[in-house]
Design a protein around this ligand. Structure first.
Ligand code: ZN
Ligand code: ZN
Length: 398
C-alpha cells in the first residue's frame, strides 16, 4: 500500500493507487485511502498500538539535536523535488501525496491523530452557513465559500497530564450585617432619622493544600495560526484520536511543531492555574475568598504530540489577508471577518431616516392636537428612550 521512499535526505511515504497507477488520498470521514480518479478504496493500514502518553522528564533529559529547517521530497510519481518544512503535503507539480518519515528528521513523533472527518463539500456547507449569519459582511466574504484554495491542514498540538499539589495562603471573608442610621429630608423640608441594614465583611487568614489531576490539557504546537482562533475551535473529540499512522496524512498538509514541548508545558501550567485557584477558593470556604499566593508542584507529567484536522481558507479584503478556520471534526467555524463600510453606512442612514420620520410624525400630530395617538404608536416600538427624546424635541419648540 503506502510505499516508503528510502535513501537520501527525503525518506517519505507515497501512495500509488493499486488499481490505476494514480495516487490514493485519505478520504475524510471514511477510514479509507481513496483514489480520486478511479474511485478505488483501500483501508488505512491498521496500527495495533493504543494511544499513550510519554514521560515528560525523560524527554526533557534527552539531547534533542535541532532538526533540519527543511527537507527535500522527491515525488514518487513525477520525480520532481520539493523543498518544504511540512510533514506532509502534495507534490507541487503533479499533486501526489507525500508524507515525511518523522523519525528520520529527529523530531518528536506524533503519538496520535484525529483524522479528517469533514470533507471539502461539508466544509463549504459550514462556511456558507457562517457567512450568511455575518451581519454587515462585505460581498468579498461570500467568495470564501467557493474557496477552492481552502487547505486541509493537520495542526500539531501537545497534550499534558499532571498530578498537582498546591500550597496556598489567602483570606476567608465572612459577611455580617450592621444597622446604620441616616437622615433624610421629607417633602416638607423636615429632617427624619431612618435605619438600614448594611453588609460588611470580616476577613480571616486562610491557608491549606489542594491537589488535582489534570488530563489532556491541550496546547497549540504551532505559532502559524493565531492561538486565540485555535482555542475557539475547541472542544475536540479527543477520545476519537487514533494512533499515529502516516496514511491519515496522505493528501493533506501537516505542519511541524514550532512550539517545543518545554514551552508547551509552560502554557499548559498557565491553563491549569485558574483551575487550581478555583480549588483554593473552594477550600477556603466562607462567603468570599482572596488567594494571595499559590505554590504548585507537578508530578507524573506526561505528554503526547497530537495532530488535529483543520480546514484553512484565506481571502483578501482591502489588500489584507483574512483567515477562516473550520474544525474538520465538528464543522465549527472560527474566522476573522471584515466589516463592510458601505453596508454599515447604509444601515445607519436608513435608521436615521426612520427616526426622522417618527419625529416628523410626532411633531406633525402634536401640531394637529392628536398627540395621544402618536404616543400609543411609539409605545408599540417599546423604546422609552426614543419617546423621551421626542418629548424633549416637542417641548423645545415651546
Ligand atoms: Zn486509481
Ligand atoms: Zn509529482
Amino acid at each position: 500500500m503506502a510505499e516508503l521512499t528510502d535513501g537520501g535526505p527525503a525518506a517519505h511515504h507515497s501512495y500509488p493507487c493499486e488499481q490505476c497507477g494514480a495516487n490514493v488520498e485519505f478520504a475524510a470521514g471514511t477510514g479509507t485511502l481513496t483514489c480520486p480518479y478511479c474511485g478505488h478504496a483501500q483501508d488505512v493500514t491498521p496500527v495495533g498500538e493504543a494511544v499513550r502518553e510519554h514521560d515528560f522528564a525523560a524527554l526533557a533529559a534527552r539531547q534533542r539535536p535541532a532538526p533540519p529547517a527543511t527537507q527535500e521530497y522527491r515525488c514518487g510519481t513525477c520525480g520532481a523535488i520539493t523543498t518544504s518544512d511540512h510533514l506532509s503535503q502534495k507534490c507541487g507539480f503533479c499533486g501526489s501525496p507525500m508524507v515525511a518519515e518523522v523519525e528520520a528528521l529527529g523530531l518528536v513523533e506524533p503519538e496520535a491523530v484525529l483524522p479528517f472527518g469533514v470533507d471539502r463539500a461539508s466544509m463549504q456547507g459550514a462556511l456558507q452557513k457562517w457567512v450568511r449569519s455575518r451581519w454587515f459582511a462585505p460581498s468579498a466574504l461570500k467568495k470564501v465559500v467557493s474557496a477552492e484554495q481552502a487547505h486541509g491542514v493537520y495542526l500539531p498540538h501537545w497534550t499534558f497530564d499532571a498530578q498537582t499539589r498546591s500550597d496556598y495562603t489567602g483570606q476567608r471573608g465572612e459577611h455580617y450585617w450592621v444597622t446604620e442610621t441616616y437622615t433624610t429630608t421629607d417633602s416638607e423640608g423636615r429632617s427624619q432619622t431612618q435605619t438600614r441594614q448594611v453588609q460588611k465583611t470580616r476577613w480571616y487568614p486562610a491557608s491549606g493544600t489542594v491537589a488535582r489531576a489534570f488530563d489532556d490539557v491541550l496546547v497549540a504546537g504551532t505559532r502559524r495560526v493565531m492561538p486565540e482562533h485555535l482555542a475557539k475551535l475547541s472542544p475536540w473529540p479527543l477520545e476519537q484520536a487514533a494512533s499515529y499512522q502516516p496514511d491519515y496524512l496522505a493528501g493533506y498538509e501537516t505542519l511541524r511543531y514550532d512550539v517545543e514541548p518545554e514551552a508547551g508545558l509552560d502554557v499548559a501550567k498557565q491553563e491549569m492555574a485558574p483551575v487550581i485557584e478555583n480549588d483554593c477558593e473552594r477550600d477556603i470556604g466562607g462567603d468570599v475568598q482572596r488567594v494571595h499566593h499559590v505554590a504548585t508542584s507537578y508530578s507524573e507529567v506526561t505528554y503526547k504530540l497530537l495532530l488535529l484536522p483543520v480546514w484553512i481558507a484565506t481571502y483578501l479584503y482591502g489588500g489584507k489577508p483574512f483567515q477562516v478556520l473550520v474544525n474538520a471534526r465538528t464543522a465549527e467555524v472560527v474566522g476573522q471577518r471584515p466589516w463592510s463600510a458601505w453596508k454599515i453606512t447604509f444601515a445607519v442612514l436608513a435608521a436615521l431616516v426612520l427616526v426622522g420620520a417618527i419625529v416628523w410624525a410626532v411633531v406633525a400630530s402634536q401640531d394637529g392636537g392628536t398627540a395621544s395617538g402618536v404616543y400609543s404608536g411609539l409605545s408599540l416600538l417599546g423604546d422609552p428612550v426614543a419617546r423621551e427624546s421626542v418629548d424633549l424635541y416637542a417641548g423645545s419648540r415651546g
